[in-house]
Unconditional design. Sequence first.
Length: 254
Amino acid sequence: MSTSTPKVIAIIPARYKSNRFEGKPLALIQGKPMIQRVVERAQKVDLLSQVVVATDDERIAQVVESFGGSWVMTRTDHATGTDRLAEAAGLLEISDEDVIVNIQGDQPLFPAEIVGQVATPLIEDSTLPMSTLIYKIVRPEEIPDPNHVKTVFDCNSNALYFSRSPIPFQRDPEESEPPTYYKHLGFYAYRKSFLMRFVELPEGQWERFEKLEQLRALEFGYTIRVVLTDHDSAEVDTPKDLLRVEALLAAEQQ
């Protein structure tokens, strides 16, 4: 592996069809498509040498083209966003040692600093295959919510498990203080060589139950470094979430 500093490339998977919110990347937030807000935030990150949208729909591609963004067209039959990410990485001919940051297309208010936070472990340690972000839960309603994925990790900040259930389980709540819960933020950094290997692995059994593809990496013995961030990032999963994001954006602009 090269000893030179790897490049860091952001790829933003954006598909049109979604069970809960069809056409989500094109949803308007204060009059601007959500995918445009994500791309423009990413373009402000100095660490990134390239920002590319990986889509499967001409409507999304045309919108990205209209505001001067870069895009690649990927297949429509990908099972996961990571599969789309890997196809895009192959189309872009990214070097094996370079770092790919997966920026979620449904997090239009992500703080720019978190890109550096998630990518730095792979820049500093060439043996690490992937990393991701976690955030200390401060809203109690997120703890039992299966849409907010919880995680536990070891003393070296390597993930032990991710779950839609509250982990850890507190057996004797009357005998101790409640545990601190950490939720997983959907920002990943991958070594390009590992990303291509990852998508060739079969589905893991824990992944199949939890519907969390990062469990595949753990089940097959790969390390996921977790980075604790002070920044939460609001997701848009349903049209209702747009209202919260618009309120947060309005507060940010004040």
